[in-house]
Design a protein. Structure first.
Length: 395
C-alpha cells in the first residue's frame, strides 16, 4: 500500500512536491497546460491545509548543464493563473537561491524551483543532491507518475530521507492500473498494437499471464502471422523475432489466454495517404504488398471481444493511423470501446504516447475510463516491473 497525501499532517509544514511540468513549449510559452492542470488538486489540497508548497520538476534533457531554453520559469505565469494565486520562482533547485526562496514562504504559498536536470546529480540519483533537496522540506509528495519509473534523486532519492506520500494525480494512475490488471472485473481483454514486437516483448509476456484475451494488431501483428506460417509479403516484419512470437503464442496457450490476430488486412503496394489498396485474407498477401491496417472482419472480431469484456487495457494503434485511410480499424475499434465504456460499464484503460494520439484522433479518449499520458511508466507498469518512484512511497 502506498502512503497517500490525504493521510499526511501538513499544517505549517514545508512540503516538497515532485510534479510533471515537462510541458510542450512553443516560442518560450507553454503550448499545452494539461500537465499543469493535473497537478492542481494536489497543490490546492496542500494550500488548503496551510502547507508551504515547494514544487520540483524536470524539463526536457539538459544533461546536467544549465540551458536557458529549458528553464521552468515560463511555467510560472500559466500556473499562477490556474491557481488564481501568486507562484514564486527560484533560479535553482538547491543551494542558497532555493533556500532563500523557501525561507520566504508563508503557509498556503507556492514556490516553483528551477529544472532539477540542470544538475547531473539528479539523474545519477546522487545521495548528496537528494539530501540537498530533502533539506528544503519536512515532507515529500510525488505527483509525477510519468517519472516514477526513473530512480532519480527527485523521484526516489528524496523519499529515502523524507517520508513520502502519493499525490492525487499519481494515486489516480495507480488506482486505475491496479483495477485493470491486479484486481479486474473479468473477462479482461488487452489490445496491443504498434510497429515492433521488439519493444513490447516484456509487455506481451506479462499480459498473457494477466488477461483472458489478448489482441495483437499493428505492424507487430505481421511477425505473429509469420510465426503462424503466413507469408506477409512486403509488410513490416521482424524475422529474427518469429521464434519469440511463437514462444508468446505458446505462453498464452499455457496460461489460458486466447491470443487474437488479424484474419484480414488492408494491403497496398505503396505507403502513402489514400494509396490504392485492397482487403486480403491473412493467407493471401502478395509478395509486393504490405499490410497497413486491419480489415473489416478483424474489426468485427475485435468488437465482439470488446463487447464480451468487462475490462479493457489498450496500448498502441492497430494500424498506420497517421496515414488515412489506414486509420480506419483503430478509429472504429476505439469508438466502439468508448461507447461500451460510456453506455455499458466497460472499464477501459489506455496509455502510451501513440495510443493517446490515436484515441484523440478517433475522438474516443474522453469516454475511456482512464487515459494515461505517462508513456514509459505506463508501459513498465503493464510489463509488471517495479517503479522506483512508487515503491519509495510504500509502507
Amino acid at each position: 500500500m502506498i502512503r497517500r497525501i490525504e493521510d499526511a499532517d501538513v499544517a505549517d509544514k514545508t512540503v516538497l512536491v515532485r510534479v510533471d511540468f515537462n510541458v510542450p513549449m512553443r516560442d518560450g510559452v507553454v503550448a499545452d497546460d494539461t500537465r499543469l492542470k493535473a497537478a492542481l488538486p494536489t497543490i490546492n489540497h496542500l494550500r488548503s491545509k496551510a502547507a508551504k508548497v515547494v514544487l520540483i520538476a524536470h524539463f526536457d534533457r539538459p544533461k546536467g548543464v544549465r540551458v536557458p531554453e529549458m528553464s521552468l520559469k515560463p511555467v510560472v505565469a500559466p500556473l499562477s493563473e490556474l491557481l488564481a494565486a501568486p507562484v514564486a520562482f527560484a533560479e535553482d533547485c538547491v543551494g542558497e537561491a532555493a533556500e532563500r526562496a523557501v525561507a520566504k514562504l508563508a503557509a498556503g504559498e507556492v514556490l516553483l524551483l528551477e529544472n532539477t536536470r540542470f544538475h547531473a546529480s539528479e539523474e545519477a540519483n546522487d545521495p548528496d543532491f537528494a539530501a540537498a533537496l530533502a533539506g528544503l522540506a519536512d515532507l515529500y509528495v510525488n505527483d509525477a507518475f510519468s517519472a516514477a519509473h526513473r530512480a532519480h534523486a527527485s523521484t526516489e532519492g528524496v523519499a529515502r530521507i523524507l517520508t513520502g506520500y502519493a499525490g492525487f494525480a499519481l494515486q489516480r494512475e495507480i488506482d486505475h492500473l491496479t483495477a485493470a490488471l491486479e484486481a479486474p472485473n473479468r473477462p479482461v481483454l488487452a489490445v496491443v498494437g504498434g510497429a515492433k514486437v521488439s519493444t513490447k516483448i516484456d509487455l506481451l509476456k506479462n499480459l498473457v499471464k494477466k488477461v483472458d484475451r489478448l489482441f495483437v494488431g499493428g505492424a507487430m501483428a505481421n511477425t505473429f502471422l509469420a510465426a503462424k506460417g503466413h507469408d506477409v509479403g512486403a509488410s513490416r516484419c521482424e524475422p529474427d523475432l518469429v521464434d519469440t512470437a511463437r514462444d508468446i503464442i505458446d505462453a498464452a496457450g499455457a496460461a489460458g489466454c486466447a491470443l487474437l490476430l488479424p484474419v484480414d488486412l488492408v494491403v497496398t503496394k505503396e505507403f502513402k495517404a489514400h494509396a490504392e489498396r485492397r482487403v486480403a485474407q491473412a493467407d493471401d498477401i502478395r509478395s509486393d504488398e504490405m499490410a497497413l491496417d486491419c480489415g473489416p472482419e478483424t474489426v468485427d472480431l475485435l468488437a465482439d471481444a470488446i463487447a464480451a469484456a468487462r475490462t479493457l487495457v489498450w496500448n498502441g494503434p492497430i494500424g498506420a493511423f497517421e496515414t488515412p485511410p489506414f486509420d480506419t480499424a483503430t478509429v472504429e475499434a476505439a469508438r466502439f470501446a468508448a461507447a461500451r465504456a460510456r453506455d455499458h460499464g466497460l472499464t477501459a484503460v489506455a496509455g502510451g504516447g501513440d495510443t493517446v494520439a490515436a484515441l484523440n484522433h478517433a475522438g474516443a479518449a474522453e469516454d475511456f475510463t482512464f487515459v494515461s499520458t505517462a508513456g514509459g511508466a505506463f508501459l513498465e507498469w503493464l510489463e509488471g516491473k517495479t517503479l522506483p518512484g512508487v515503491a519509495a512511497l510504500e509502507d
